[in-house]
Design a protein around this ligand. Structure first.
Ligand code: ZN
Ligand code: ZN
Length: 104
């Protein structure tokens, strides 16, 4: 699956939208992104096991900032103070909410 973003867009304080090469559009609510954070504090780097309790993420979580990291990833500053997670485009493409749902 190609993970080349064509268009990146922060939709208000609520979600981040990515249009991928090929036309697929992914909409990531910030709470969802926060719950899928892959930083060392949220997920065990070696086993991949989640350390973060997804339910502990505030329901009204927002992101104040979204920034490009190089040309391969995004970083978000979340309203709960967490900001160490880096989301590669490949990982984002993988966790696309509509595609993840279709597979389940
Ligand atoms: Zn994290
Ligand atoms: Zn999708």
């Amino acid at each position: 699956m190609a993970a080349v973003p064509e268009k990146l867009e922060k939709v208000r304080d609520e979600m981040f939208r990515i249009r991928w090469e090929g036309g697929h559009v992914s909409e990531f609510p910030f709470r969802y992104l926060r719950q899928n954070c892959r930083c060392a504090a949220c997920r065990d780097e070696f086993t991949g096991r989640m350390i973060l309790d997804p339910e502990s993420v505030p329901k009204d979580l927002k992101a104040s900032k979204a920034a490009l990291v190089g040309n391969y990833a995004l970083a978000f500053a979340f309203s709960d103070g967490h900001g160490s997670g880096i989301y590669t485009f490949e990982a984002l493409r993988e966790i696309c909410p509509c595609c993840a749902k279709a597979q389940a």
